[in-house]
Design a binder for this molecule. Structure first.
Ligand SMILES: Cc1cc2nc3c(=O)[nH]c(=O)nc-3n(C[C@H](O)[C@H](O)[C@H](O)COP(=O)(O)OP(=O)(O)OC[C@H]3O[C@@H](n4cnc5c(N)ncnc54)[C@H](O)[C@@H]3O)c2cc1C
Length: 494
């Protein structure tokens, strides 16, 4: 006898709704019946256009063809993020996705480099990273010989949701247009049993996935799960987004330029550029933010400026009863390190591993929530680091961030690095040592001391090893094509 399928109802059809629908139907479609409810009247956020390298792996797991997806979403490659004016006005560093130099099992590369610098070596840490140097020279290839580069994508968010929707519907997901007006909760167990739409239509299900964006319609409004507010650490609560014409070949990196209050993003796609300013209404009015944004745009403006309001923080339980919040309904950490779509993908992997097919699943939910919490806290600390480690004193905004108290976990990390040069990867496998080091040093934190492994070699020997490494990177660079050329032959926009 055929076993009945678990009925999954996804509320919301933004990036997270369609990514959820597509992933579930692709990997579990044989055992799930999936319906997605969305309302054209409400619309989506649709400005998430920069990603991080984990997305490549997620796409591989879901069987997404890179060339096809990139052509359909006007995507370009991303090798990192350039931070301008963060530690101080006029400075700049790049947080690249690449590996820097070579580590030993005992000591990290930056510690060998610090020793070489103490011996008189002139090169910067940036000279030892292929991805970073390629970004600066506008060069790119997915691979060099057998070695893959570490990269992510810039993409058109609306086109991405449409691409996923076509695939999900093609694979059997049922889309239901309409505004959800209420959710029925079973009085025995507190589970959601059905959604009612404005039209009166009813959608029943066993598992409900809340992808309704910031409002968290099911998890927050109907199930009453609270929101942990982190705006005392991450004060941004507003953004204005606008698209402009491209004025140059797309660069393979995102630019994040800090202003007197807030910061501005620049995300190059194949045929246009996404821009926006992120700010806190406590320190900057909407009018001032718009003027700052428009004064700093390159290229003709293509769209009306679009304002977005949000609260940084996380849903106290992303999974409660038979409802799992994915995407903005589960929390938001502002877009500085482009981590929101990443969080959707890790939530999906976690959900697929712990899926509540039947029976009691409170322990699964507990496990899911614990992992989600850890992940959000890690990203929170990493983002706070950019704001807090600054010497800027030119506005109330920077004075606030520079002097505020930060989470204990971050104090611990910064103190050990400042004193001893020791850095370690985070607990959730997202930001590697190189990421922490690039941002801490980029923000001006140079360790007082460091591991003695660099002194195991005589200074001339260390210097020679460093030079050999640098030369091999420079040689590799000469073999990389221009980013725009690579895109033209690999995945031109359709
Ligand atoms: C300023 C800003 C910049 C960002 N930049 C990045 C970035 O560079 N990289 C990145 O990874 N992420 C970024 N993000 C986050 C990214 O945009 C989101 O993670 C992504 O768009 C997913 O949003 P979502 O699908 O959860 O919500 P939404 O896009 O808000 O979608 C919500 C869906 O729910 C539906 N809905 C809501 N209520 C109802 C109802 N009552 N009935 C029926 N349907 C309903 C809506 O119709 C919509 O389909 C950014 C976010 C902001 C605010």
């Amino acid at each position: 006898m055929e076993q009945s399928k678990t009925r999954v109802v996804i509320a919301g059809g933004g990036t997270s709704g369609w990514l959820t629908a597509f992933s579930l139907v692709t990997r579990l479609g044989k055992v799930l019946d999936i319906t997605l409810v969305e309302s054209d009247q409400i619309g989506t956020v649709g400005v998430g256009e920069a990603t991080i390298p984990t997305m490549c792996n997620f796409h591989r797991l879901m069987g997404i063809d890179e060339r096809e997806f990139m052509a359909a979403t006007q995507a370009t490659f991303k090798l990192g993020i350039q931070f301008n004016n963060w530690a101080n006005k006029g400075d700049s560093y790049l947080h690249s996705f690449g590996e820097i130099g070579q580590r030993s099992w005992m000591a990290e590369f930056h510690e060998f480099w610090l020793e070489a610098v103490a011996n008189g070596q002139q090169d910067s840490l940036e000279d030892y990273c292929l991805e970073l140097k390629a970004a600066k020279q506008n060069k790119f290839a997915t691979k060099l010989g057998n070695k893959g580069l570490n990269f992510a994508y810039h993409l058109d968010a609306t086109a991405y949701a449409a691409y996923l929707r076509a695939k999900a519907e093609g694979a059997g997901v049922i889309r239901c247009e309409g505004k959800i007006s209420s959710a029925a909760i079973d009085s025995d167990n507190g589970y959601i049993s059905q959604l009612t739409l404005d039209s009166g239509a009813i959608v029943e299900g066993d598992v409900f996935i809340d992808c309704t964006g910031f409002r968290g319609l099911l998890i927050g409004e109907h199930l009453g799960v609270g929101y942990e507010d982190w705006s005392h650490w991450l004060a941004a609560d507003s953004a204005i987004a606008v698209q402009t014409e491209a004025t140059e070949a797309p660069r393979p990196y995102t630019v994040a330029t800090a202003h007197k209050a807030g910061w501005q993003w620049r995300i190059p796609l194949q045929t246009r550029v996404g821009n926006g300013i992120v700010y806190s209404s406590q320190f900057l009015s909407d009018d001032e933010a718009l003027t700052t944004l428009t004064d700093n745009l390159e290229g003709k403006v293509l769209t009306e400026p679009r304002q977005l309001k949000f609260k940084t923080g996380r849903r106290q339980q992303a999974w409660h009863k038979n409802c799992i919040a994915i995407g903005l309904s589960s929390g938001f950490l502002e877009p500085l390190e482009s981590t929101s779509i990443h969080l959707v993908t890790t939530a999906l992997i976690r959900l697929m591993k712990l899926f509540p097919f039947s029976g009691e699943h409170e322990l699964l939910a507990e496990r899911y929530n614990r992992e989600t919490e850890k992940e959000m806290e890690t990203i929170r600390d990493f983002i706070i680091l950019h704001y807090h480690l600054t010497t800027r004193k030119d506005s109330d905004f920077w004075n606030y961030y520079r002097t505020m108290s930060v989470p204990e976990s971050l104090i611990h990390r910064m103190s050990i690095f400042a004193e001893n040069g020791y850095a370690w990867p985070d607990d959730v496998g997202l930001f590697r040592v190189d990421s922490w080091v690039q941002v801490m040093m980029g923000q001006g934190l140079t360790p007082k001391q460091y591991h003695g492994a660099g002194r195991l070699l005589p200074p001339a020997g260390l210097s020679q090893q460093m030079t050999t490494l640098k030369n091999s990177i420079d040689k590799a660079l000469t073999q990389l094509p221009a980013h725009a050329e690579f895109i033209k032959q690999y995945c031109p926009a359709k």
